[in-house]
Write a protein that binds this ligand. Sequence first.
Ligand SMILES: CC(C)(COP(=O)(O)OP(=O)(O)OC[C@H]1O[C@@H](n2cnc3c(N)ncnc32)[C@H](O)[C@@H]1OP(=O)(O)O)[C@@H](O)C(=O)NCCC(=O)NCCS
Length: 166
Amino acid sequence: MKDITKTVADSFSVSSKLLFPKHMNNEGILYGGQHLMWIDELAGIVAKRHCGNEKQRVTTACIESVDFYKPCYQSDIIDMQGFITYVGNSSMEICIETYTGGFCDNKTLVNRAYLVLVALDDNGHPVTVPRLNPASIQEKERYEAGKQRSIIRKNERMFVLEQGDK
Ligand SMILES: CC(C)(COP(=O)(O)OP(=O)(O)OC[C@H]1O[C@@H](n2cnc3c(N)ncnc32)[C@H](O)[C@@H]1OP(=O)(O)O)[C@@H](O)C(=O)NCCC(=O)NCCS
């Protein structure tokens, strides 16, 4: 797969949800765990599409960050958009943004999350993914930022794994 190059647009995906009482927590706002499940699901869709195969096995390696900027309420419609920001060898960094107010100029960003998903072969081992060709200035900036986060993550992981060996 690594000889193939994909654009951000190739895997850009959206998902909308109407919020029912069952999605709320005791504070009467959208339950964060429920929102995270939708975020993870959409990230999986983006990852599979980047690999060019909806049957591609992928797993979530980490949720790098998740920021809840504004609460969401019953009867709100939330719109999530997912796009790939950076790829390593087998890993893909994906950003999921959630908005209320529809896909219009006065929409409100209520949540932004960054996740890393890894493509797996039939034996559950990491497998290379297509390269990413960031086209716009914004995509190139996101790619560079993703690359920096990837370096930090790898160093932190190495440190944690080394500590675990002691
Ligand atoms: C993610 C996982 C497949 C990585 O497997 P591994 O044998 O450790 O493989 P590697 O060390 O070669 O890592 C593979 C890639 O994943 C990345 N990765 C592994 N752990 C990571 C983590 N915690 N955060 C971010 N990236 C991670 C590596 O940097 C590497 O990226 P690259 O190929 O782009 O360079 C494995 O740790 C795993 O299965 N974790 C559990 C996943 C899970 O249960 N998720 C919840 C349900 S979806």
